[in-house]
Design a protein around this ligand. Structure first.
Ligand SMILES: [Zn+2]
Ligand SMILES: [Zn+2]
Length: 293
């Protein structure tokens, strides 16, 4: 393909529809192009009939709750992302979101933001609290304390409201597992974009944590993820896009959206050596059970 081929950044083609409907267990519709209606219709046309819309900051969490209230096919989760919490406390003029300079708000500002997450978490269309957790990749040493304090607060909120906890764990496996153990995990806990190895999958399995696999399970260099998927109990496995990120192969680098879930489902079925319909049936039931809808 020529280097200037416009197809390189274009939306990937519609995959063959799944015969058994599944849910995208983790997506960010507010970061994707097109209207919510268009995105949901396109996804439904290939058998992705439900999505879990994940909030990452106050604005995104309010939007997730509103969108879930307006669409039966959408369930919401609300949280301050692990990289957001330190920004609220410390301020971050040149952070990952590139939203420009922010006033450092200190601990009181984090408490205020958490109180709003707590209020949103009580809403019936909000099924989960997250994505929360730890990110040692993007947040440096100076933000670790705020990040862990925020994670612990989210765990407490999820438990008090009986909602599902959605974990973001980037380069922080041991610390995430430690904090969950110290606080006591909620009844339903999901590791989104599962990134551990087979050994960690066994630890998650024993604890009853769900493992949600994203498009990166299809990447050539991700044998550790496929090894984890191969040993994870089927009843704890979910699928997600994390769209617009992590577009599955062979469309890596192009925009991701919920309608591409079938590409990842087929790759996962091959890893597990099971029939696509059998996997889709399990994924559909698992996601409903994981989020209590
Ligand atoms: Zn994440
Ligand atoms: Zn996400």
């Amino acid at each position: 393909m020529p280097a200037n081929d416009p197809g390189k950044n274009a939306a990937p083609p519609l995959p063959e529809p799944l015969r058994v409907p599944v849910a995208d267990s983790h997506t960010h519709l507010d970061m994707q192009s097109g209207t919510v209606e268009e995105t949901l219709a396109k996804a439904a046309s290939v058998g992705v009939t439900t999505v879990v819309q994940v909030g990452c900051d106050l604005k995104g969490s309010r939007w997730a709750a509103e969108t879930a209230a307006a669409h039966d096919a959408v369930h919401a989760t609300v949280a301050l992302h692990p990289n957001e919490a330190p920004r609220i406390v410390l301020g971050d003029p040149d952070g990952w979101s590139r939203q420009g300079a922010r006033e450092a708000g200190g601990d009181a500002a984090l408490d205020e933001a958490l109180a709003e997450i707590d209020r949103l978490a009580a809403l019936p269309q909000v099924k989960g609290v997250g994505e929360t957790g730890l990110d040692h990749f993007r947040t440096g040493e100076e933000g670790k304390e705020a990040q862990e304090r925020s994670f612990r607060a989210h765990i407490e909120i999820a438990k008090r409201h009986g909602k599902t906890l959605v974990i973001h764990d980037r380069d922080a496996h041991a610390d995430v597992l430690r904090v969950l153990k110290e606080e006591g995990a909620p009844e339903r806990t999901v590791f989104h974009c599962y990134s551990g190895d087979a050994e960690m999958a066994e630890i998650c399995a024993r604890a009853g944590y769900y493992m949600s696999f994203a498009g990166n399970v299809t990447f050539k260099n991700a044998q550790n993820l496929r090894d984890a998927l191969a040993v994870a109990p089927l009843e704890l496995v979910l699928v997600e896009t994390d769209a617009p990120f992590l577009t599955p192969a062979p469309y890596r680098g192009r925009p991701n959206a919920p309608y591409l879930v079938p590409v990842t489902v087929r790759a996962m079925a091959a890893v597990r050596g099971i029939d696509e319909d059998a996997l889709a049936t399990a994924l559909g039931a698992n996601t409903a059970r994981a989020f209590g809808y």
